[in-house]
Ligand binder design. Structure first.
Ligand code: SIN
Length: 523
């Protein structure tokens, strides 16, 4: 693609990006830029489901309360209200576009997951909910002639002129192109890859958070990273997610000695909030000197288990585990970043014409801890809202600014840190974050992480002409932002646990803001 002006630029092709593109399509040409193939996103891997108050014995008010409780005092109530109230309509729309959620007879089947007080999780093909949603949205997008996809195109940086975002510099096949747009929507997903153990796909390197930060946007609540309690722990196997829905259906956790332990940690046992379950597992691992615990479904009906979780069953089989017959070795893994680019209820960031939706954004819906299966719903609801809001820029011309900007692409630099090449730094970074800024943090561990990360900060400057280098630059940036925010938060709230400050702390209800001026000092 040559340098040029389009109407709307959408960066990322998961649920939020696709949903935004559908809203934008009637108002001009829309380009969806993805660094890989369009299906490679966290949405595609989401198993458990999508939460929505649509069953007969549920109410949006109960979904609202459950979401607030999980968020541990830091949810933005007006955002949660939008989520739960607009959710049902967005799901019905998705069904009308062909999304086939599982049913019992003719009725939608609702499952239970941790911290929900009602059965309200829709799922598809048992444990392939995200894939089904992605399929339905991509089908819908294919019908829209004004929407084009641009795969294998890595967004290096946003183009900002004055206080406005007017497009992005894109790297493809070693060449940098500048794309100018009347409005840009970031929908790049999360940053799980900065941790050694993660359920996220390889593309989740925090790109959107890092480029928004470099552009001058405000990021919020970056210390809140959710760790999923159960990812597969087998040498040589991928850190595959074992859906919370398994515990929702009655799966139990046992330590390596075969003992049930969750009742000792929380009255809800296996259905306690994720942060509680993750810390309980770590505690049992330490006590027993083991690297994992077990997920046990052997007491459940075997045909039901295999039918309800076909994708998990097929993956575990590759590693000679029968999920209905065997104990499954699991340990926690980084799963979801609650913080992100600060937005209002319409996805608007602090930079004019720049919007963000999905995991890259912080709408305030999740507070300090996301309620299970609320993220796909957030992508749908706030992706649509961001698309509607961004479409308001359709009348605005960019010609003059385009001319001003054309010459400003910065020269390429290579990352070659003192510890070696990008692969080596990436591995060191991931291990550092897992050990020092993981499930349990303290001043000592955070200080050690900051010291190490600051050695790599010089390499976050400049543009790199390889995807891996640019990803590393973004990973270092996001890792630093998480570490800074985690250091600043002197209290334990939701998913952020400080062993040196186990209480909520006096600044409990305050949000943490990161900006170019306050973070990365000394870079
Ligand atoms: C899961 O299936 O356990 C993941 C669902 C979620 O993270 O919302």
């Amino acid at each position: 693609m040559d340098e040029g002006v389009i109407d709307f630029l959408v960066i990322g092709s998961g649920v939020a990006g696709l949903r935004a593109a559908i809203e934008l399509a009637p108002y001009g040409n829309v380009l969806i830029v993805t660094k890989d193939v369009p299906t490679e996103s966290s949405t595609e891997y989401a198993q458990g489901g999508i939460a929505v108050a649509l069953s007969e014995d549920d109410e949006v008010g109960i979904h609202f309360e459950d979401t607030l409780r999980a968020g541990d005092g830091l949810c933005r109530e007006e955002a949660v209200r939008v989520l739960v109230e607009e959710g049902p309509q967005r799901i019905k729309e998705l069904i009308s576009w062909g999304a086939a959620f599982d049913r019992e007879g003719r009725e939608l089947a609702f499952a239970r997951e941790a911290a929900h007080t009602k059965d309200r999780i829709l799922h598809a093909h048992g444990d392939s909910t995200g894939r089904e949603i992605e399929r339905a949205l991509l089908n819908q997008v294919r019908k829209l002639s004004s929407v084009k996809k641009y795969p294998f195109a890595f967004t290096i940086d946003l183009i900002v002129s004055g206080d406005e975002c007017i497009g992005a510099h894109i790297l493809r096949e070693g060449k940098v192109t500048s794309l100018f747009a009347k409005a840009t929507i970031l929908a790049t997903g999360g940053a799980g890859q900065i941790y050694e153990r993660t359920t996220n796909p390889e593309v989740a390197t925090g790109d959107g958070m890092a480029i928004a930060f470099r552009a001058g946007a405000v990021l919020e609540d970056m210390e809140f990273v959710q760790f999923h309690p159960t990812s597969l722990y087998v040498q040589g196997a991928p850190q595959f997610l074992l859906s919370e829905a398994m515990r929702g259906e009655g799966a139990l956790l046992r330590n390596v000695n075969g003992e049930l332990f969750m009742e000792r940690y929380h009255p809800l046992a296996e259905l306690a909030p994720r942060d509680v379950v993750s810390r309980a597992i770590i505690s049992e691992m330490v006590k027993t000197g083991s690297s994992h615990v077990y997920l046990d479904l052997t007491h459940l009906n075997k045909d039901f288990v295999r039918m309800r979780f076909p994708r998990i069953n097929a993956t575990c089989k590759i590693y000679h585990i029968d999920i209905a017959e065997d104990l499954i070795p699991v340990s926690p893994a980084a799963h979801y970043v609650m913080g992100g680019v600060k937005t209002d209820l319409n996805g608007a960031t602090d930079i004019c014409r720049l919007y963000a939706a999905g995991e890259v954004a912080c709408t305030g819906v999740h507070g300090a801890n996301r309620l299970a299966s609320n993220s796909l719903l957030e992508g749908l609801v706030f992706g649509a809202r961001a698309g509607i809001a961004a479409s308001q820029h359709r009348q605005q011309s960019l010609e003059i600014r385009k001319k001003m900007i054309l010459a400003t692409v910065r020269p390429a630099t290579a990352i070659n840190g003192p510890d070696g090449g990008t692969g080596e730094i990436r591995a060191l970074l991931r291990s550092l974050m897992w050990q020092k800024v993981g499930i349990i943090r303290c001043l000592e561990s955070l200080s050690a992480a900051r010291e190490r990360l600051s050695l790599w900060l010089p390499y976050v400057d400049g543009i790199c002409l390889k995807r891996q280098e640019q990803e590393l630059k973004n990973m270092v940036t996001v890792a630093y932002l998480i570490t800074e925010a985690a250091t600043a938060r002197k209290g334990s709230i939701g998913a952020h646990y400080r062993s040196d400050f186990p209480g909520h702390g006096k600044d409990w209800k305050r949000h943490t803001l990161s900006t170019r001026d306050t973070a990365l000092r000394g870079a």
